[in-house]
Design a protein around this ligand. Sequence first.
Ligand SMILES: NC(=O)c1ccc[n+]([C@@H]2O[C@H](COP(=O)([O-])OP(=O)(O)OC[C@H]3O[C@@H](n4cnc5c(N)ncnc54)[C@H](O)[C@@H]3O)[C@@H](O)[C@H]2O)c1
Length: 299
Amino acid sequence: MTELEKHIPDLHVLISTPFHPAYMTAERIKKAKNLKLLLTAGIGSDHIDLHAAAAAGLTVAEVTGSNVVSVAEDELMRILILMRNFVPGHQQVINGEWNVAGIAYRAYDLEGKTIGTMGAGRIGRLLLQRLKPFGCNLLYHDRLQMEPELEKEIGAKHMENLNEMLTKCDVVVINTPLTEKTRGMFNKEMIAKMKRGVLIVNNARAAIMERQAVVEAMESGHIGGYSGDVWDPQPAHKDHPWRYMPNQAMTPHISGTTIDAQIRYAAGTKDMLDKYFKGVDFPVENYIVKDGELASQYK
Ligand SMILES: NC(=O)c1ccc[n+]([C@@H]2O[C@H](COP(=O)([O-])OP(=O)(O)OC[C@H]3O[C@@H](n4cnc5c(N)ncnc54)[C@H](O)[C@@H]3O)[C@@H](O)[C@H]2O)c1
């Protein structure tokens, strides 16, 4: 029995981080007879069985917006790292090698490339804003279209049809939550629709990709590079195949955990706890489950 399971029946409020998928399962929720509030100290509450939480009348809320700048900046870094073939260059330095041609044959400029984000919520929009000065062709697919003024300011085009967007992109970035609709969405068929050599950045959730389909496409060269910080499961076991794919620039789950982000989500968690104990509602965008209802994008 884990420490959490030992204390589950006594809990009124559980604060958790999004680092452990399948953390608050339906089974654990059933045992949590006194639980009222599940608070995610960060963003992304798919480690909680949201339907079970709704059925049990629990509130699930997160510190919305707390680390979106951190993740968007990190995504920009990953796009550049893949585009410039940075990791093997750095590896040469560590290995005592010097082979410019060995790197340059697959290094490109970002300028002029087509970049598409699936999901243009808080993180997706910040990424698009940061990409604007690079002179790329920016596309986004989201169930919601931005206001025309914002779209114009950001300089990105809404693509209603995801498949159509994918056929155009040199780089695809994933910025949607993990939901029943997005789980396993990037399977063999979907990946086959993308341009050969496409670069993929995914800091959203690993389970949006079909693990083996990514490995096979990386090995065949259909995906030219993959970078992200999210894994399924987490922590990734030593023989997780994404550790051994060619042309990957993976890290552990770090993009949203800069010191600045930690300060923001710690303060946000404290503020939400203060509100909760005073009986004050959270800002509406912080709720993932409220009064037995899931937030619209999770339905
Ligand atoms: N790696 C990290 O450290 C880290 C940190 C923060 C967030 N995240 C992940 O990033 C995700 C996005 O964060 P955010 O703050 O931008 O969230 P957000 O809610 O602001 O944006 C999500 C966007 O996705 C869109 N969307 C949802 N489902 C869709 C679908 N099926 N098809 C098309 N569009 C869809 C929504 O309309 C919304 O615009 C989080 O849910 C979380 O999983 C990861």
